[in-house]
Design a protein around this ligand. Structure first.
Ligand code: ZN
Length: 336
């Protein structure tokens, strides 16, 4: 079968022939990949920000059709459409029993710690599958990470929101365009969308953002104007470069919170300011199984829609490049 694999940091992926994944445990499942979202984390793996062994098949936001199941798998059979939680978990550690899959003591993350979905088939375990009948699998594939990550982050953000409060969504890319929709569903705050690309700001408006701010034009000043000089209650940093980290801290009002989702920079906040203004900085990592299941239900109800651009597997490097340069509107999805 074909797979897009990374053979070394800072190298383009190569399309190569690899062995069909072999079931070695009774809870294993092989899925025929119908959609694999392309994520900034894939770029970060290529850049060497995460340690992986080579060669590695990337791709952690996957959906497809069950091809084969291990002897102990119940509830899933060949032909079932599924979306795949990116973490393979043991199910028995304290974190798993608390429902926090991402804290699992034996976590294996597909597309990083083991091979992912930039391939015709991938291996996972039954615990990671959410049924996805009636959904377009290529379209919903990015729910497995982009959507899931935003689901968890918006839940964290919405704790600090009330009718008439303000939430800033920094970065209207693959995550941000979902964040606007989920904030609309889960809060009654005014949504301020921030980006540097006009097309992405227009998309945010269409999806329900109340205000848009082009970050090329002094975003801090614009946000203080929008919020009556108070600042926002919550800022969601979905980009994670130094300038967005710094902007998010500067636009918070007293008691404000920044939810950090995008990564790469350093959060600089003076402890004196943190105390004087009671600021909170909260990280958010992917999401748990139930958060994915809930998101798939929202998709089924038609309440969350993904904007996707499809690429055949062979064009994976083009998709990665477009993500890097910021020219993609919505999410790139490979269709192996
Ligand atoms: Zn566990």
């Amino acid at each position: 079968m074909k797979a897009a694999r990374l053979f070394g940091y800072h190298e383009p992926l190569k399309i190569v022939e690899v062995d069909y994944p072999r079931i070695t445990k009774p809870d294993h499942v092989v899925v025929r990949v119908k959609g694999a979202g392309v994520c900034h984390t894939d770029l970060h793996v290529v850049e060497g920000m995460w340690q992986v062994s080579f060669p590695r098949t990337l791709g952690h936001e996957n959906a497809g059709i069950v091809e084969e199941v291990g002897d102990a798998v119940e509830g899933f059979k060949r032909g079932d459409p599924v979306i795949i939680h990116p973490a393979m978990t043991d199910g028995v550690c304290r974190a798993c029993r608390a429902g926090e899959d991402m804290y699992c003591e034996n976590l294996e993350f597909v597309g990083m710690g083991r091979d992912g979905g930039f391939a015709e088939y991938m291996l996972t375990s039954a615990r990671s599958l959410v049924k996805a009948e009636g959904l377009d699998l290529a379209e919903i594939a990015p729910m497995a990470d982009a959507g899931l990550t935003v689901m968890r982050a918006v839940k964290k953000a919405s704790i600090g929101l009330y009718p008439g409060s303000f939430v800033a969504v920094v970065g209207i890319g693959g995550l941000g365009h979902i964040a606007v929709q989920l904030l609309k569903l889960m809060s009654s705050a005014y949504i301020v969308a921030i980006d540097v690309v006009e097309g992405k700001l227009r998309l945010a408006e269409q999806l329900g953002a109340d205000y848009v701010v082009n970050a090329r034009e002094d975003p801090v000043r614009q946000i203080f104007e929008i919020t009556g000089r108070r600042g926002v209650n919550v800022a969601m940093d979905l980009v994670g470069v130094q300038s967005t980290h710094d902007t998010c801290i500067r636009i918070l009002r007293k008691g404000g919170k920044v939810v950090v989702v995008g990564y790469g920079g350093v959060i600089n906040v003076k402890s004196q300011d943190m105390i004087a203004n009671e600021l909170t900085v909260e990280g958010s990592l992917v999401g748990n199984y139930l958060e994915l299941a809930d998101l798939v239900e929202l998709a089924r109800q038609g309440k969350v829609k993904l904007v996707t651009k499809r690429f055949p597997l062979e064009r994976v490097n083009e998709a990665l490049n477009m993500l890097k340069t910021g020219e993609l509107v919505g999410r790139a999805v490979l269709t192996p």
